[in-house]
Design a protein around this ligand. Sequence first.
Ligand code: PMP
Ligand code: GLN
Length: 378
Amino acid sequence: IKSKLPNVGTTIFTVMSALATEYKAVNLGQGFPDYPMSEELTAKVAEAMKNGHNQYAPMPGLIGLRESLAEKVEFLYKTKVNPDTEITITPGGTYAIYSSLTTILQPGDEVILFEPAYDSYIPNIEINGAKAVPLPLTYPDYKIDWDLVRASITIKTKAILINSPHNPTGSVLDQNDIAELKNTVAGTDIFIVSDEVYEHLIYDGLPHESMLKHPDLFARSFVNFSFGKTYHCTGWKLGYCIAPAAFTKEFRKVHQFNCFSCFTPAQVALAEYLKNKDAYLSLPRFMQQKRDYFIELMKQTKFDLLNTSGSYFVCASYGRISDESDKDLAIRLSKEAGVATIPLSAFYHNHKDDKVVRFCFSKQNKTLQQAVERLIKI
Ligand code: PMP
Ligand code: GLN
C-alpha cells in the first residue's frame, strides 16, 4: 500500500500511555483527567438512553444542543451565531479541526501554524495534499512572532491555524496578538482555523480571546471546541465547529459523508446541562488550583517549570538533570522514575529539542503528589 502519510508513525500519546501501563507509571503524559466527571451529566445521558434517544441524531447535531451552544456563545462572547446554519456537532475537537482543514484545502495550498504544535495538525494538512508551514514560537514564552508570520505569507497561504490556550505550552493569545492577527490577515483571503478546545482552562484571570469575540476575525474562521475538555470526559469524543453559514455549508458536505452524525444520548444530555453556567464558569478556578498545587510541589525537584496560563499542561526544562534528548529522558522517566510525560520534540516537525518535557496537571492531588515523590528522586 502506498502510504498517504509516509512521515507519520504512532502518535506520541499512544506511545507514552503504553509505556505508562507497561511500567505502572503515574501518567502525566497524555492529557486526560483522572477524577470523575459530573454525576448529574452522566445521569442525564443514562436517562436519555432510557427514554429512547438511541437513534441517529440529525446530521448537524441535535438542534436543542446547537441552540444551547448559541446561547452560551452570546453570553460569553457577545456574538450571535445561528444554531441552524453556523454550528455543527462533531465527534471530537480533533475531527472538527480535520474537517475544517479538509473543507478549505486544495492540493498545493499552504497553512501557517506554530510549533510546538498539537500533533494532529500537520498530518491533517498533508493528507489534503497541502503544505504545512510550521513557524517556531519564541522560547521560553512560546509567543507568536508576527513579523515572521507576515514574512511567511505567500500567494499560496490558505489558512493560519491558531490554538489558544495552547497545547503543549499553556501560552494564550492576548489583545496584542489579536490586533496583530487582524492586521496580518486584513485585505487577504486567508482563513483562520482556530483550536479553542481549552477555552475554559485559562488562569490568572486572563480572558479567552476567542475568534467569536471579534466579528472581523470570525468572518474568516472555523472555530473548534471539545466537550471532552470542558466536562472532564475526553473519552466522549464530542465537539463542535462554529463557522459562518457559507463555510458551515461546505463543512457539512465533508462531515455528512465522513461520519454523518454523533452519539445522540450525550447530545440530549448536554442540550440541557449546558444551561448550567456554573459548570463551565467554575473551571478556571478549579484547574488553576491544580496548576498551582503542581507548581508548588515541583519546587522540590530539579525541573524548572516554564510559565503556563492555560490548558491542562505545564512544560518543564530539565537542563539541571541531564543533557540527554527529551525522548530519552521521557522514556527513562517512565521506566526508572515511574512517571510518564511527553517530550516536547514530539510537537515539532523540525525536531527541535529545547530539553523540555510536558506534564499534565489535570489530575487528582494525590496523583500529582505521587508523581512528584517519584520525580524528586531523579
Ligand atoms: N486540540 C488540542 C490542542 C487538544 O489538546 C485536544 C485534546 N486532545 C484536541 C484538539 C482534541 O479534542 P478531542 O479529544 O475532542 O478530539
Ligand atoms: N490532547 C491530548 C494531549 O495533548 C491527547 C489527545 C490524544 O491522545 N490524541 O495529551
